[in-house]
Design a protein around this ligand. Sequence first.
Ligand code: NDP
Length: 487
Amino acid sequence: MRAQPEASHFIHGVYREETEGPEFDSLYPATGEVIARVRAARAAMVNVAVASAQTGQKEWAAMPAIERGRILRRAAELLRERNRELSELETLDTGKALQETLVADAASAAECFDYFGALIATLSDEHIDLGGPFAYTRREPLGVCVGIGAWNYPIQIAGWKAAPALACGNAMVFKPSEVTPLSALKLAEILIEAGVPKGVFNVVQGDGETGRLLVGHEAVDKVSLTGSVPTGSKVAALAGEGLKKTSLELGGKSPLVIFEDADLDDAVSGAMLANFYSTGQICSNGTRVFVHRSIRKAFVEKLVERTRRMVIGDPMDEATHMGPLISQAQYDKVLFYMRLGQAEGADLVYGGDIAEVDGFADGWWVKPTIFADVADSMRIAREEIFGPVMCVFDFDDEDEVVARANDTEFGLAAGVFTKDITRAHRVVSRLKAGTCWINNYNLTPVEMPFGGMKKSGIGRENGKAAIESYSQVKGIYVESGPVDCPY
Ligand code: NDP
């Protein structure tokens, strides 16, 4: 097995093996080859991980913020030094093209450790003048946080959660998706090497049952999940029983609106980035592409011509644009929607089927797919597919497209392409989405908050907003005179 870790879990600075939990395989999606085998944590191991986090958190929170920041920035350097090796591991575990993992996975996690490592010592609390007495605030950690990740950006998700959580003085127990167990273990090793005390970042492998054990654990103070809407509801309900703080980064069916004055080449680039990056497995993807009727024909022609030129193949070849889907289950789901779109009467203008890739007969390959003449009521227009399937709609005016763009239970992201700056800002202000792009799509710099409205989530990752998700404010009143008491 090409990527077998030393053991399944990383707790209190060392690898630990599980004896109770079920075994599961990690597969290379390009070939279906087993690359590693780990065991899911059950109650005893979850207890060990949480107890270790409680111990580590006390030591970590007692350090000055500037020292915690220095250690996190050292972790960022180590992530960058090992970017190639981490990217290759991520490509093996996810099947995503190395061209992408080299720039968007460990590199994004590194940015996050840099940003929060630098930010934390600069945060200052409030002094509030009360005319003699005064009050001040202290921002304090929450304690032990649980992070649960999806499979599309394993190390990025671990970094986006761990960096702000640790910067604020918390410890984290992280459970990667069972489909992609490997890179979070490497992050745990790197954090120890950078100087984070033992127990501050533990990784336990597991399935939904492991997730439930973590979320329901009485010593856990906060849960941050990246996953689907149904899992988000379950996690929020269980966390709610213990009144635990919860952040949820969930799914989407985001709109991308292209007005008639947009630069056509840029708009096509935006639509492709919004649908085909990571083989379409991105929560914020702009899968509903609304194109002004007057440019729709030209737009679709250019889009098809450029999509035809995409290189699908060996994910480890840096010339490859698109790798396979993550798993058999995702492959079956995406193919189902590709067929459903045709059955629903949408116009299939490109793809719509499996892709044959020489030398990779057993991988989960599909073609990038474009449907035009999609009606708002079709299931392909309403349900999250999480694969490279773009739906193109026509529209005539701004009010109409804003109403149609917002007509969804999701609210993760949205994009607008136009050269009219007043229209760009006006439209973005009316779109019910937590993250919006003007004249680009799917860029997520760590400095910018990211997260969803409506059913797409609660709370924000990245930016200063993430500090709110991992800390709590204490208000302290200080008397300056005698106590005024009526008794
Ligand atoms: P899932 O919701 O299936 O799983 C997410 C994580 O939750 C996994 O680690 C999973 O474990 C775990 N889990 C499952 N059930 C429970 C439970 N009852 N209690 C606690 N944890 C549980 O999502 P996927 O992994 O399939 O990821 C795809 C989804 O994630 C898409 O909907 C996508 O939109 C969303 N996503 C959102 C992002 C965002 O930032 N908004 C970013 C990336 C993806 P296991 O893997 O073992 O099932």
